[in-house]
Design a protein around this ligand. Structure first.
Ligand SMILES: [Zn+2]
Length: 295
């Protein structure tokens, strides 16, 4: 398909590419109890491969792919396998995070209506997209105030908040999610790739509230350290988990039967699956309440 590449702005053949990198879906599928994926607003449909769009030329796709491969091999897969808890990174991590935030920002601006956002925020969103794009094309050395923050999450072992949703570990460990969110004067693009969250800041009035999460230009390390996040972000995550349970709750009776059958057919696969482990973590915390969808 011919068109203008979203990254280099050249008129070229465009490739169909993933909005959220393909290796994330592949991992979800390979480690799920059924071997099938179900997503977002249409949980009754099996989605094999995630959301794709004709956005990039070969060259730009290749550019993004190099950073994706680094991230998949040095952070994503080793952490998920439990092989490591800490990883050093080079300049590729900031490029990778910016490329994900840039894609999600594009998706929000092109496919979703953001006219309900405050006007100043709409301007800031356009600016952030431009800055991330320039950074990806090496036209600027860093994304300036539109920082990228990276959060590797882990199983929640215990909690004190009575409002903690009973699917929290399934949400944390197993979900893919995207959003553009704001609260007060702060706004960010949210991309959740399994247990890893990338935040691309559109507006960041109080950077001191975020400690240990900023991705640096040249190098740094992720994992096994202590992060400090604003308390509102915890509430935001719990809200996202609740919404995800709500969507799951809309899976029809017929579809639930199919899921159950797939589970039974692949019993060995299900008992070893990461989705079952995430489920067990919720059962450990909430008992039978973990099976009931949140209201
Ligand atoms: Zn291009």
């Amino acid at each position: 398909m011919k068109g203008i590449c979203r990254l280099c702005d050249k008129d070229r053949d465009l490739r169909e590419s993933h909005v959220i990198p393909g290796f994330v879906y592949k991992w979800l599928k390979e480690t799920s109890g059924t071997g099938f994926l179900r997503f977002g607003l249409e949980p009754n449909k099996r989605a094999q491969d995630g959301y794709k769009l004709y956005w990039l030329c070969d060259e730009c796709e290749g550019r993004l792919n190099d950073w994706e491969t680094k991230f998949a091999n040095e952070i994503f897969h080793p952490f998920n396998k439990g092989a490591i808890e800490k990883a050093a990174y080079g300049p590729w991590l900031l490029k990778f995070c910016a490329s994900v935030s840039w894609r999600i920002m594009n998706l929000m601006l092109e496919e979703h209506d953001i006219s309900h956002y405050p006007e100043t925020l709409q301007d800031s969103a356009l600016k952030a997209r431009e800055i991330w794009k320039e950074f990806l094309l090496d036209k600027r050395e860093h994304p300036d105030r539109n920082e990228q923050h990276f959060l590797p999450l882990n199983t929640i072992e215990s909690f004190t908040d009575p409002n903690m949703p009973s699917n929290i570990n399934r949400y944390i460990l197993r979900s893919v999610d995207i959003d553009a969110a704001w609260g007060g004067k702060s706004a960010f693009v949210y991309s959740k790739l399994g247990r890893f969250i990338i935040l691309g800041f559109i507006e960041m009035p109080q950077p001191r509230q975020w400690v240990g999460t900023k991705v640096h230009v040249k190098h740094g390390a992720v994992g096994a350290s202590n992060y400090t996040l604003p308390i509102q972000f915890g509430a935001y995550l719990m809200d996202k988990a609740r919404r995800s349970a709500d969507i799951q709750g809309r899976i029809s009776e017929k579809q639930n039967k199919r899921i159950e059958e797939s589970f039974r057919k692949g019993m060995d696969r299900a008992t070893n699956s990461e989705s079952l482990r995430a489920m067990s973590e919720d059962v450990r915390l909430f008992g039978s309440k973990a099976f009931r969808p949140e209201k």
